[in-house]
Design a protein around this ligand. Structure first.
Ligand SMILES: Cc1ncc(COP(=O)(O)O)c(C=O)c1O
Length: 493
């Protein structure tokens, strides 16, 4: 359980623990019957006294949010959201908590904190590797042009010239589409949101990979859908399990990241891509193929996209440009066809009447020119060096109980800890050394899984990668040593 304790904020630590647990109950992060860490484990994790945790648990138990079972542990007892809100409001004396919201549990908000010095938590690219100077010059030119792109709305569907350029770009990568079937979105995050708000609501079934991209979990959860999960192995989504689920349910949407899957980095095989499409056809489902990273391959080119095999319009393909080009521009494209596309276009109009014209015009010359391809090539070379560096440090310094998948592309390495080791706890230790990473639990839609680390190597330079990964290995070693020592000492609580 992740709780961020602030020592000097004027709120007692007991109260901070109580409020944090209530927050997690209210947002659905902690669910009915879930077992909380033992008093000893939580006090160790937070670096606070046993008595502080005992007091926090007792307070919550007295008010019916927890119950203890002798010899078994302390369990969550959920209540209606309004009751939790009222209780929190009284406790924190904050009237704003009485304003009810419809936010789902936010996987992102839970772990989206201020970046540490060594930032392994977000899969952004090191700004040094992005074409910032070229874009700056382009922006100056646009401004010198008299600001005409400030003073008018662009097309809701997105700037036609950009759609033509993106069509050509995608075509070269085997994704056949037409400018008419492309919608410019504010990043692929908006693409996922448009699909969700257009096609699913309470009662609908959405299939997500487990683990998956946390931002997608939040969106689908917010629609009140039933989320079913399918595990990922080294060939991508387990279609035998999906097929089995389809015997009982009809998924309306299957969301997948088949190429350099976030967070595991795996690539779905061509055979599975074909089979997934067959399943979607037989169930009349939509596939959302989220593809921010396919250009970033380090070993061999990934297989053709699912979209390239789609004859009947089952695939909604998303290509974000944040990762590899300019996150601040918030530009991505969505490709779909037929009435599915028309409805997504209507949703885009409802949402924001079109993405900002200025950033579309800013990226256009770069995408149209060979600079785009050259940039991707350079990025591949640079990121491969960083991936190899991290792998070599992990191989040399990490404890033997820790393992990882070597990604053949993308920004992250998925590290597996021994099952008893909690990545939340490792994160707290890492933060003491100014290191952050994404705890694997953020990536699981329903499973309570907490022994993975997603380490993104794309944002830090080689020096910080070296320092951060070596320190992380030391932290993992200390944990293993501490456990083997405590296994040999008497256990009181
Ligand atoms: C798989 C995946 N999809 C979508 C997004 C959102 O990206 P964008 O910045 O294009 O909205 C991310 C960002 O990390 C991602 O990893």
């Amino acid at each position: 359980m992740y709780i961020d304790i602030q020592r000097n904020n004027g709120i007692s630590i007991t109260k901070q623990i109580v409020l944090a647990i209530l927050d997690q109950i209210r947002s659905g992060f902690l669910q009915e019957g879930e077992r909380l860490p033992s008093v000893r484990a939580l006090s160790k994790q937070l670096g606070v006294s046993l008595l502080t945790v005992v007091k926090a648990y007792q307070e919550l138990e007295q008010d019916g949010f927890l119950h203890s079972v002798q010899g078994k542990g302390t369990f969550v007892h959920t209540k209606k959201t309004e009751e939790v809100e009222e209780y929190q409001e009284n406790l924190s004396q904050d009237w704003q908590l009485s304003v009810q919201d419809y936010l789902p549990r936010s996987q992102f908000a839970q772990f989206h904190y201020v970046p540490e010095k060594i930032h392994f938590s977000s899969s952004m690219i090191d700004p040094e590797l992005l074409p910032n100077q070229l874009l700056e010059r382009e922006l100056q030119q646009l401004i010198r042009g008299g600001g005409m792109f400030f003073s008018k709305y662009g097309e809701v569907q997105g700037d036609m010239q950009l759609r033509v350029a993106m069509q050509a770009y995608l075509q070269k990568r085997g994704v056949s589409t037409l400018p008419e079937n492309l919608l410019v979105t504010s990043g692929s995050q908006q693409g996922i949101d448009l699909v969700a708000r257009t096609f699913v609501g309470p009662g609908d079934v959405v299939v997500l990979e487990a683990p998956t991209y946390p931002g997608a979990i939040d969106i689908f959860r917010g629609r009140g859908v039933t989320i079913l999960t399918v595990p990922v192995d080294n060939e991508g989504m387990r279609l035998d399990i999906l097929q089995h689920l389809c015997d009982t349910y009809r998924p309306k949407i299957i969301y997948t990241i088949p190429t350099f899957h976030n967070p595991t980095g795996t690539v779905m095989t061509s055979k599975r891509r074909r089979q997934l499409l067959d399943i979607a056809q037989s169930m009349q489902s939509l596939i959302v193929e989220d593809d921010p990273w396919s250009e970033m391959y380090y070993d061999q080119k990934p297989p053709a996209s699912i979209k390239s095999m789609d004859e009947y319009g089952h695939v909604i393909y998303l290509k974000g440009l944040s990762k590899t080009l300019a996150p601040g521009c918030r530009i991505g494209v969505l490709s779909a066809s037929g009435s599915i596309f028309k409805r997504l276009l209507a949703a885009k109009a409802n949402t924001d009447l079109g993405s900002p014209l200025i950033t579309q015009k800013l990226l256009l010359p770069f995408i149209q020119s060979p600079k785009m391809t050259n940039h991707m090539e350079k990025l591949r070379t640079e990121l491969k060096v960083r991936r190899d560096l991290v792998i070599s440090i992990l191989s040399a310094h990490s404890p033997k109980e820790v393992s990882w998948i070597i990604p053949s592309g993308g920004p992250s390495i998925w590290i597996s800890l021994p099952p008893w080791m909690q990545s939340h706890h490792i994160l707290l230790e890492a933060k003491k050394k100014q290191i952050s990473f994404l705890p694997g639990s953020a990536c699981f839609p329903v499973e309570h899984e907490n022994h993975h680390i997603r380490l993104s190597f794309s944002f830090m330079n080689e020096q910080l990668l070296r320092e951060g990964v070596t320190t992380l290995c030391q932290i993992l070693y200390s944990e293993i040593m501490a456990r083997s020592e405590s296994d040999h000492s008497p256990n009181f609580i």
